[in-house]
Design a protein around this ligand. Structure first.
Ligand SMILES: Nc1ncnc2c1ncn2[C@@H]1O[C@H](COP(=O)(O)OP(=O)(O)OP(=O)(O)O)[C@@H](O)[C@H]1O
Ligand SMILES: [Zn+2]
Length: 842
């Protein structure tokens, strides 16, 4: 049999399967999805098996064999391999990049070639046909018979030929060594002897000298439960050596066993019972339950206002799915993976829940992933990549806060978890639930297009099959949505208030302090920067490697570049005019914190932003403290806007609603509306009524007006008008290509060539521009133009944008165009990064 293998070299030239013979010893073990080591270009590389075939496409005698099989259980299943192929095509990336994205990082590791003396050769030096005194052989023996091939070649360049010859004869075996060999944590564990009676008899006769060994044996007889060696030694106040002595006598056994790392070990999750659903919840649940039972792929958009009880509906739908003996995946934004959220799922489904997110160590992630792979979990709760959870029979995939841009991966493969989920659900006959209080326009249009007759690009995730809209317009228990006040900051200035707090917000905070209630303050820092500017000449500090201002960090008194990490000391005088009137500008969370302390002496503030949440577990710690009412104010960036449910929060303040409104991004208004609605939803979720104060310089902007009235429908109506007029998604689709290189002229030249090639290809395929036909099927090639950040890490950046609609095969045309630019090595002379359906146009 033949294995068709994708080697782990992410380049265009190697992006196809290569055939290898499956040795007899591995027959039946090598499957689609297996990870193998294969000889490739003089080395042994890691690869994935993507096909098994009876015959090779090349001369079978020239075929090399698979060198080794790397796992007991294949890390990927055939359906995941197929999903990977779909991702590679749709998002224009090498297949190996797509497959690597599906496995935990502990399994990734760089593959290294290792050589080892074969057993025969080690026993019989003559078999090597190499003089025993050859330095490399001596070295290898000193190393216990094994060394990295690259290291051996580097140390003994003159011996390259004789090493190669030894490999050829098989006296030196070449293997792949991958770090994951260490990924499973093993501990030495003590087991009771299998023949307890014999041990008892011996203990009765043994001399008194081995008292501690007897004690250990006695302990194991009494407890009969395996215990880690170190723990037993500690419990008996003795050494591990003593216990090994008891093992030597046959009184107990010591074995290496795996120790599973459970990130939530030792934390009790109180078991919760299903709540009695409200009428609104029941109606939605009934629809979902029916679809889950049908087991045919469906997509639902659950549009439920904040606090409408979406999570309870998810929980009960999952329960239904598990009863049908199928598994469920729940995706939540990384930021929302708070203990609160995890608790709700663990509380309902206990140990059947595996949790996957980036704040776990890679070992913990690996163990949680294996819990799924080995069938010990039924529900996976996690961020974006949990969409690849290796379940066999998926019945339900839930995407909470489906509008969140963090579902789009920013590095290759640049996939959107929502689209991948819909595809995966099709493979499994599963139901997808997209839940949000503020659905993305793409999903909303897909769910209403069939009824409202809106013509759209029609290829979005939800549009594929036509999503069904499930509304939940009311909060649980008839609680009202909080009242939203909009404060015009221009009036504050006119009335002589120069503070960052309006009089109304100041007053609101004061009242909460008096009443012992809590407040959440949001400073949307995106688009903000705390930059350094000279008041005399207007100089601003720029990164020497990137065209972007440096950001001031007060703690270290340093200026840092957020793109390349460049750091420098805060200047004492302006480097340009030597004036001393140089200072930092902008309103970071740090400054708000200082201002709060000044205005409200004794106020207890928890600040949550990238600077205060880098440490593992810090995010949790802050929220627990706030939940225990150890602080009056929770101040932070976007991360305070999502998913939090605290009963004593009665005031939400938005310090500057405009910061995201004026970004050079066609989604700016949508992002602003979503953020305001989400953060407003944190107030008054329980008995105490809530109030929201939004400060802005644009009180008449429709994003702010609609948020003020909790009016999603009017926002969408207005926003769709703009999108249609500008021909932006969801009325078209986009592909962004960014070209980068150290040489400016080369970037521009290649950009021109790429755009030219694309236009020619489109014309040849009979695809017209947006201004030519009726607009139902077109493709425009925009650019090349300089990227919004035209230089990053000393590389110049230009971009081309494909704007298209209808079935034009844009990704395919792009691949062809890039291939035309490629040199003999298969790569174009500049770096090209492709982003299909970009979320950010930066
Ligand atoms: N059927 C019910 N009966 C009583 N309480 C409920 C019910 N369903 C949900 N709740 C409670 O209502 C509150 C809000 O529910 P939940 O957090 O699920 O809303 P949500 O729609 O997910 O909100 P958001 O989108 O704002 O995060 C929670 O405290 C939850 O325990
Ligand atoms: Zn920089």
């Amino acid at each position: 049999m033949i294995a068709r293998v994708i080697v782990d070299v992410p380049s265009r030239a190697t992006d196809r399967p290569f055939d290898y013979a499956i040795p007899d010893a591995m027959a039946g073990w090598v499957e689609v999805g297996s990870r193998v080591g294969v000889p490739f270009g003089g080395r042994v590389l890691q690869g994935f098996v993507v096909g098994i075939a009876p015959f090779a496409e090349v001369d079978a005698r020239k075929l090399k064999p698979v060198a080794e099989l790397l796992d007991h259980l294949p890390p990927l299943s055939p359906d995941l391999v197929e999903l990977g192929q779909w991702i590679a095509e749709k998002y224009c990336c090498p297949l190996t990049t797509a497959l690597q994205a599906m496995i935990p990082s502990a399994l990734k590791g760089k593959a290294d070639s290792v050589v080892r003396l074969s057993e025969d050769a080690a026993a019989e030096p003559d078999g090597l046909f190499v003089a025993e005194e050859e330095p490399w052989l001596r070295y290898l023996r000193q190393q216990g018979g094994e060394a990295r091939l690259a290291l051996l070649q580097e140390r003994f360049p003159e011996a390259a030929a004789s090493v190669k010859a030894a490999i050829g004869r098989g006296t030196l075996e070449e293997r792949v060594s991958i770090r994951d060999r260490l990924a499973v944590r093993k501990v030495l564990t003590v087991y009771p002897s299998e023949d307890a009676d014999a041990v008892r008899a011996e203990l009765a006769n043994a001399s008194a000298r081995a008292a501690k060994q007897r004690e250990a044996a006695q302990y194991m007889l009494e407890h009969a439960e395996p215990i880690p060696l170190a723990a037993l030694a500690q419990a008996l106040a003795t050494t591990t050596g003593t216990i090994r002595g008891a093992e030597a006598k046959g009184w107990l056994a010591i074995r290496e066993t795996e120790q599973r790392r459970d990130p939530y070990a030792g934390r009790g999750f109180g078991k919760t019972a299903p709540l009695r659903l409200t009428e609104g919840q029941q109606a939605v649940y009934d629809e979902l339950a029916k679809a889950v039972d049908d087991a045919s792929p469906r997509v639902f958009l659950l549009h439920g206002v904040t606090g409408s009880g979406k999570t309870e509906v998810y929980l009960q739908a999952i329960e239904r799915c598990l009863k049908d003996d199928r598994q469920a995946i729940v995706l939540v934004p990384e930021i929302a993976l708070t203990p609160q959220m995890v608790e709700r799922f663990k509380g309902r489904f206990g140990d059947a829940v595996a949790v996957l997110h980036s704040r776990l160590s890679s070992g913990e992630r690996y163990d949680e992933w294996r819990k799924i792979r080995e069938g010990r979990a039924e529900v996976a709760v996690g961020a974006r990549s949990a969409v690849f959870a290796p379940f066999k029979r998926i019945g339900l995939i839930i995407i909470d806060e489906e509008h969140e841009s963090s579902y789009k991966q920013e590095e290759s493969p640049k996939y959107h978890a929502r689209d991948v989920a819909v595809r995966r659900a099709n493979q499994h006959g599963a139901v997808v639930v997209l839940g949000s209080a503020t659905p993305s326009l793409e999903s909303f249009v897909a769910a209403t297009a069939s009824r409202g007759g809106l013509e759209t690009a029609g290829e979005g995730a939800a549009a594929k099959r036509g999503a069904s809209l499930l509304p939940m317009p009311d909060r649980v228990a008839g609680r009202p949505l909080p009242k939203v006040h909009v404060v015009d900051m221009r009036d504050e200035l006119k009335d002589g208030n120069r503070s960052m707090f309006s009089r109304q917000l100041h007053e609101g905070l004061l009242r909460r302090l008096e009443r012992g209630e809590q407040s959440v303050l949001l400073l949307n820092r995106r688009g903000y920067s705390t930059f350094v500017m000279c008041r005399s000449c207007g100089y601003t500090a720029q990164c020497p490697h990137c065209d972007i201002s440096l950001t001031y960090h007060q703690k270290s008194r340093a200026l840092r570049c957020h793109y390349c990490g460049h750091a420098e000391q805060e200047p004492k005088a302006c480097p340009s005019c030597e004036s001393e009137h140089i200072r930092f500008f902008g309103t970071g969370t740090q400054r708000v914190e200082e201002e709060l302390a000044k205005l409200f002496p004794g106020i207890r503030v928890i600040r949550m932003d990238v600077d205060t949440t880098t440490e593992k577990g810090s995010h949790e710690k802050w929220l627990t403290q706030f939940g225990n009412r150890e602080a009056d104010v929770l101040l932070g960036t976007q991360m305070v806007a999502k998913g939090l449910d605290f009963p004593y929060v009665t005031l939400v303040g938005v310090i500057a609603a405009d910061t995201s409104l004026h970004l050079p991004d066609f989604r700016a208004a949508e992002k602003t509306f979503q953020l305001l609605t989400q953060v407003a939803g944190r107030a008054g979720r329980h008995e105490l009524p809530g109030e929201v104060i939004v400060q802005t310089y644009n009180p008449e902007h429709y994003a702010i007006v609609s948020a003020r009235h909790h009016d999603y429908a009017s926002f969408v109506r207005e926003e769709l008008k703009h999108r249609r007029f500008m021909a932006y998604p969801p009325f078209c689709r986009l592909i962004l290509v960014t070209l980068s290189h150290e040489q400016l002229a080369l970037v521009i030249g290649e950009g021109e060539k790429l755009a030219g090639a694309l236009r020619d290809l489109a014309r040849a395929a009979g695809i017209r521009g947006s201004d030519e036909g009726d607009g139902s099927r077109f493709m425009d090639v925009l650019g090349p133009v300089a990227s919004p950040i035209p230089r990053m890490k000393d590389r110049y950046r230009f971009q081309c944008m494909l704007k298209y609609r209808g079935n034009v095969g844009a990704a395919d045309l792009l691949q062809q165009a890039i291939a035309q630019l490629a040199g003999t090595n298969g790569q174009p002379p500049v770096t090209m990064s492709v982003d299909v359906d970009p979320q950010m146009i930066l």
